[in-house]
Write a protein of this length. Structure first.
Lengths: 181, 446
């Protein structure tokens, strides 16, 4: 089985746009991408006092579910994620590692008291998934605010950037395989 | 571009790990420490652009650590990490110089903003220092060197060598303008946007020269209350100008040679090796080759510094430069003193042209400055010019030997612009003896 990028939708989260997400991420990375549901026991990662889930521990769990034959995995969840010291994270990845996780909870317009917008949610999800995969490929935050690798600490930042790599980041990616061998 | 270095100090492993991951993604070079002592050990290994320090830690708390860090490096940039309950202590940390504090858990946007602001301020502070160096450097030396064929040849050599990174030795009598030539090389070189850092190796007591060049760590010697950067470090990116290179003591020549060869060195009392990218320009009024033959100057150091040589002719060999230089100095001091520009009378011009100028351009500048101070008429007259008297003239016969010695030592020091080595040579005594006489008579160097 060839190496691939697996978008794993966690614990029954099945948005209508998952196929569109797969196609767009595959186009940006120029590499085969597959989607699949994945069930993980999240109880060990839950912090009841914060009503959030520990992203780093979840990431460690995802490493146990890498696609057969190598490849990368991005867990996609609708629960809120945190890392100690920070109030929340949109996602987390291992720098130059095969696993990443993205939470869509704070990507929903409804979270900010606005009417729901599934198209906008898909746009944001594409950017966050590609961003975390970029970290997995060894990229750090990019000073170009329009690059998908620019740092986003609010949903407004996510909306500001494009879903594509800037030429400089694309050059850095040129010599790196989209999936580890 | 070099990654900014950040040190995270927190006793909680999960916090250290989280922040480490966060800052790695931001492109930082991240180091972590689990307590204050560990942090101080990390600081020994090299400086950090930013420190994030937890307030409450067992043993040395964040406030104590901050105090210790600022004793070592007063410019350290520190952000305090605190739980909500300790905001009052965090305010205390701010009063002691922390850049800011953030409360745990911190909003990613706030952390990102605070870190960005801290790095911007650090960058601006460093930029400010560089610009100050640059301004003082530009204000320090005029560009006028002369227009005689001899000086035009010097300027051609300057132009040739400036574009390269080759080490240059500028030779010439005291006061011929060797430093101006060094500044001209720097100004025409690709390094001109970085500082030219000048060290007069002959004007600094031997005991302080090492610290002046290499810097020192806190506590390296009595009186070293703070870490201090040396001139080699400050010249990073620019030009290091070592004036009176022939005066470097023998035991320091070895250290200097190593630093010049590798561009790596260690601060006095330190263990961390530092790197500095500078171009070297030296000047001397002594015959370095003779010093090498006499075993007073290391041969390997001589060949290291002497890739390209430029000879600056004494003023008596280029009298056609005297009027140009004199007019330049008249304008310079008129501007400085807020006085109208005064002309030189034909008699004063003639006197300047006939004079031998043993102190060269420096003596000419001093003479014009004095004439501008004391002269009252619209024109500078011969009597306004303090040219050297012959030894027999003007000395009353009823003065003690000590009084005469005091006056003579002070005059020679003035003539050599406070350069102790040069003055000692003129007086025919060694530097130590001259320092003793300066102390005895209460004569200051400057």
């Amino acid at each position: 089985m060839s190496a691939e990028v697996l978008l794993a939708f966690l614990n029954g989260y099945r948005p209508a746009w998952q196929e569109e997400l797969r196609l767009r991420v595959g186009r940006i990375l120029a590499h085969p991408v597959r989607t699949a549901p994945l069930s993980i026991d999240l109880r060990d990662f839950h912090a009841p006092e914060r009503a959030q889930f520990h992203a780093t521990l979840l990431l460690a769990e995802l490493l146990r579910h890498l696609p057969e034959g190598g490849g990368r995995i991005v867990g996609i969840t609708d629960v809120d994620l945190y890392i100690p010291v920070l109030t929340f994270v949109f996602g987390q990845a291992q720098l130059s590692g095969p696993a990443a996780v993205v939470s869509v909870m704070r990507l929903h317009n409804e979270y900010y008291g606005l009417p729901g917008d599934e198209t906008l949610l898909l746009e944001r999800a594409v950017k966050e998934v590609v961003h975390e995969l970029g970290h997995g490929l060894g990229l750090v935050h990019c000073p170009d605010y329009a690059c998908v690798m620019s740092s986003s600490t609010s949903v407004e930042d996510v909306d500001l950037k494009a879903g594509e790599f800037c030429p400089a980041c694309r050059d850095l990616l040129a010599d790196r395989p989209a999936v580890p061998s | 571009m070099k990654k900014p270095r950040i040190l995270i100090v927190d006793d909680e492993l999960s916090v250290r790990t989280s922040l480490r991951e966060w800052f790695l993604e931001d492109g930082f070079d991240v180091t972590t420490a689990e307590d204050g002592l560990d942090a101080l050990r990390r600081l020994d290994e090299g400086p950090f652009d930013l420190m994030i320090v937890d307030l409450k830690m067992p043993g040395m708390d964040g406030i104590s650590l901050q105090r210790r860090v600022r004793e070592i490096d007063p410019s350290a940039t520190i952000i305090i990490l605190t739980a909500f309950a300790s905001v009052e202590t965090a305010v205390e940390a701010l009063k002691m110089g922390a850049f800011d504090y953030v409360t745990k858990p911190v909003d990613p946007d706030e952390l990102s903003h605070t870190v960005r602001k801290a790095l911007e301020r650090k960058h601006l502070t460093e930029e400010n220092l560089r610009l100050r160096e640059k301004v003082s450097e530009l204000a320090g030396g005029g560009p006028i060197l002369g227009d005689s064929p001899a000086m035009r040849h010097v300027l051609e050599l300057v132009e040739t060598v400036a574009e390269t990174d080759a080490s240059v030795v500028i030779r010439g009598e005291s006061g011929t303008g060797k430093e101006l030539v060094a500044r001209a090389i720097h100004a025409a070189s690709p390094r001109r946007f970085f500082p030219l850092v000048a060290v007069n190796c002959g004007a600094i007591p031997e005991t302080l020269l090492e610290s002046e060049l290499f810097g020192h760590e806190k506590g390296a010697f009595t009186g070293a209350h703070y870490r201090r950067k040396g001139k080699l470090e400050l010249a990073h990116g620019g030009t290091l100008f070592l004036d009176e290179i022939g005066e470097i003591p023998a035991k320091m020549q070895v250290d200097l040679l190593r630093a010049l060869e590798t561009h790596r060195f260690t601060r006095l009392g330190g263990s961390q090796e530092l790197e500095s990218d500078f171009r070297l320009v030296c000047a001397t009024n002594r015959d370095l080759e003779a010093l090498v033959r006499d075993g007073e100057f290391r041969e390997d150091l001589y060949y290291r510094i002497h890739v390209f040589g430029i000879d600056v002719p004494p003023l008596r060999e280029r009298p056609e430069d005297i009027p140009i230089l004199a007019e330049h100095f008249v304008r310079k001091y008129a501007h400085q003193m807020g006085r109208p520009v005064r002309e030189l009378s034909p008699e004063a011009e003639e006197l300047l042209r006939r004079y031998e100028w043993p102190g060269n351009v420096r003596e000419l500048e001093n003479a014009i400055e004095r004439a501008m101070v004391i002269g009252q008429a619209n024109r500078i007259r011969p009597e306004d010019l303090p040219l050297r008297e012959t030894p027999e003239s003007g000395q009353p016969a009823d003065r003690s030997l000590e009084a005469l010695e005091k006056e003579h030592v002070a005059r020679v020091l003035r003539q050599e612009s406070g350069n102790v080595s040069a003055a000692a040579r003129v007086l025919g005594i060694d530097r130590g003896t001259l320092y003793n006489k300066m102390k005895k008579y209460g004569i200051r160097q400057g």
